[in-house]
Write a protein that binds this ligand. Structure first.
Ligand code: PMP
Length: 327
């Protein structure tokens, strides 16, 4: 039956592109959203999670009955969980304690073991979510640690699927691509593909306050004074992942935790797009850059994930008040 998918993994990709209307009224040009919550794990990360697993299987790094171990803000874990369930692997995810409880419960629902690690420690600290994953990988026999930050399959997934979809959906008319940056896989894979198709396409990365990306891109230096913990989930880093290909990124823009959160709510109310926190940051970043756009531009903004994982946070008035984001 050619219209039947053989398993949930075959539903990954081919997400819709949706025009932004009311919220984009005061922006010049056409603003289109690549809505990645239509993936089965509700985020763009399903694409790279599956690719990392398939590539590891091909190399022989992941063998039948093996255990996958990953440090993840939740969305990669979800994609890995779908792959693990379907393909018969065990999965252990290390998460930092600032991640939403929903993300942790969802991973558990899909059979993953979750290890919660402190957010406020340096990456090299033995309790950081990176170090705990490394330790588990050493201790557990027949385990595989994809390490999404440096794994080339991450950006490659977006080079092979997300990038071509965006090019085809805009019929090659895209002039700007805007996206939040965490591991850098999405921006680097899509950015490389689009620049190869048309070197004039501008690639803009959205960063948070507390993260090193923007300064590093502009100066080549890690400014420790700009690294501190922040609330926004999924974007910004305190390390430089190998997956960030700075050469395909034209500019970074920083967005505050507050502006990102308020804009996430605005996208739900004005467009009916019930999105994750980093999507609000991405749109706010685009707004901050609007003076660089003109009426003929075709801008694609990629929205990483769904709002369901943020109902206790961005969509919760008490939480928003506690952060001082609303009165
Ligand atoms: N937003 C969210 C919600 C994410 O989970 C991630 C992944 N860390 C990103 C943005 C950034 O994507 P990437 O890792 O591909 O840079």
């Amino acid at each position: 039956m050619k219209h039947v998918k053989n398993n949930i993994l075959e539903t990954i990709g081919n997400t819709p592109m949706v025009r932004l209307n009311k919220i984009a009224e005061d922006l010049p040009g056409t603003i289109l959203a690549k809505v990645e919550y239509f993936n089965p794990g509700n985020s763009v990360k399903d694409r790279m999670a599956l690719k990392m697993i398939e590539d590891a299987e091909k190399r022989g790094d992941l063998k039948p009955g093996g255990t996958i171990i990953e440090c993840t803000s939740g969305n990669t874990g979800m994609g890995l969980a779908l792959a693990a369930v379907t393909k018969g692997y065990k999965l252990i995810c290390t998460l930092s304690d600032k991640q939403s409880k929903e993300k942790m419960d969802v991973l558990k629902a899909l059979g993953a073991e979750v290890r919660v690690c402190p957010t406020n420690v340096a990456p090299e600290h033995p309790e950081s979510y990176y170090s705990v994953a490394t330790r588990l990988n050493e201790e557990i026999e027949n385990s595989y640690y994809p390490y999404q930050y440096d794994n080339p399959s991450n950006a490659l997934a977006h080079y092979e699927s997300t990038g071509p979809e965006i090019w085809e959906q805009t019929e090659g008319k895209i002039t700007h691509f805007v996206v939040g940056v965490g591991t850098g896989g999405t921006i680097s894979g899509v950015g490389k593909y689009l620049k190869e198709k048309n070197p004039n396409v501008k690639i803009w990365g959205i960063d948070t306050y507390g993260s090193l990306f923007k300064k590093y891109h502009e100066t080549g230096k890690v400014d420790e004074s700009e690294i501190y913990s922040y609330i926004t989930e999924g974007i910004g880093e305190d390390i430089i992942p190998k997956n960030v290909n700075f050469s395909v990124i034209d500019a970074f823009e920083k967005v505050t935790d507050k502006d990102g959160a308020l804009t996430t709510r605005e996208l739900a109310l004005k467009e009916g797009l019930f999105l994750g926190y980093s999507c609000g940051s991405a749109f706010q970043g685009l707004r901050q850059l609007k003076d660089q756009l003109n009426k003929d531009d075709v801008v694609v903004i990629l929205f990483h994930d769904h709002g369901s994982r943020y109902v206790g946070k961005v969509y919760n008035d008490d939480w928003m008040r506690a952060q001082g984001f609303i009165d």
